[in-house]
Design a protein around this ligand. Structure first.
Ligand code: NAP
Length: 320
């Protein structure tokens, strides 16, 4: 039995490695400006590094002190145009402060990478009364994208990329479960909340894409595959579930990509000339993929969008 499992894992490994794709796009980004959330670590850091190596001005947005990551990027790329700004996506106030600073310092924004995220949280509510996983992964980015929209429209061809995940397929998302308002999430819900947040990202990308048609701004979502980053260690710390840990550890050994490989899809969606007119797509390894079924439910997408506008406190003028 052990031998068969080893052979299957080995075959999976040899199948998975060649399917890791690397963006071949040579696009130069001199004169462009990008905001990358969660740029201090993992996929976000590698994305910022890649865009910086193309000459892009980078605004790294993260919770923790980014000084070391910023200096590393400047040293590795020889691009001095790298800036670090504090952003706490678990606070609507922080998102508003961050956006207003960007409005003060920038004339336009060319690329917005909504990447930051967490796998789980011990708490059920943030100070804004939202579920922390939903707020950091989704609501915060939903608000941020609205607040930066005016700057993105000023770019000749603004691009927004929402980071999703294949876990979007494992969800129990409904209007009621969007923020668990009338009930505390039970242990079943806790397994699904990450998937719900990632499905909400796909739905938001699709609705933004629809509403922005004709403005020159394109919006897509991406899943990076399974990537070996600190997100798993942080998630273990919350779940403390041995079976979950073993499953992730084994999957990482077999399918896991390194953060550089994991960033390639995001970078491709943000810079590739081939995708300049693509909008409302869900990409995995550069190819448009089928989305989770609920993402095709127009009424649910509309309901989630309308409820999200209320949860994040958008004023009528800020709405699209
Ligand atoms: N790794 C995978 O296999 C995988 C697969 C599918 C999707 N994703 C998604 O990819 C994205 C990046 O994750 P990763 O794997 O690169 O993990 P990571 O290395 O942990 O990066 C996540 C980043 O988000 C930041 N962040 C966390 N909470 C924040 C907050 N409240 N405000 C602002 N920034 C915050 C983290 O900052 P701190 O370092 O301070 O916590 C970190 O820099 C996430 O959205 C994740 O869901 C990852």
């Amino acid at each position: 039995m052990f031998f068969i499992i080893c052979v299957v894992l080995l075959l999976c490994y040899f199948y998975m490695r060649p399917t890791v794709t690397v963006t071949r796009s040579p696009s130069c980004l001199v004169g462009k400006t990008a905001v990358v959330t969660g740029a201090n670590s993992g996929i976000g850091y590698q994305t910022a590094l890649n865009l910086a190596s193309r000459g892009c001005k980078i605004i790294m947005a993260d919770l923790t002190d980014m000084e070391k990551s910023k200096l590393d990027i400047i040293e590795f790329t020889n691009n001095p145009n790298i800036f670090a700004k504090h952003l706490d996506l678990s606070s609507l106030k922080s998102v508003r402060e961050f956006a207003s600073e960007i409005w003060k310092s920038e004339d336009k924004l060319d690329i917005l990478i909504n990447n930051a995220g967490i796998g789980a949280s011990e708490k059920n509510r943030t100070a804004d009364g939202l579920h922390p996983v939903m707020q950091i992964n989704y609501f915060g980015h939903f608000l941020l994208t609205h607040l930066l929209m005016g700057l993105l429209k000023k770019s000749a061809a603004g691009r927004i990329v929402f980071m999703s995940s294949v876990f979007a397929f494992t969800n129990n998302l409904s209007l009621k479960k969007l923020n668990f308002d009338r009930e505390k999430p039970n242990c079943f819900d806790r397994q699904f909340v990450y998937g719900n947040s990632k499905l909400s990202m796909i739905m938001a990308a699709d609705t933004f894409a629809e509403k922005l048609k004709g403005t020159g701004v394109t919006v897509n979502s991406v899943h990076p595959g399974l990537v070996k980053t600190p997100i798993f260690t942080k998630t273990y710390a919350v779940y403390q579930n041995v079976f979950f840990q073993m499953f992730i550890w084994l999957s990482q050994c077999v399918f896991g990509r390194d953060p550089w490989e994991g960033s390639q899809g995001l970078v491709h969606a943000a810079v590739s000339r081939e995708l300049k007119n693509e909008t409302g797509k869900f990409f995995g390894d550069y190819a448009p993929r089928r989305k989770p079924l609920k993402a095709y439910n127009k009424q649910l997408c509309k309901d989630i969008w309308n409820a999200s506008e209320i949860y994040v406190g958008l004023t009528p003028e800020e709405r699209l």
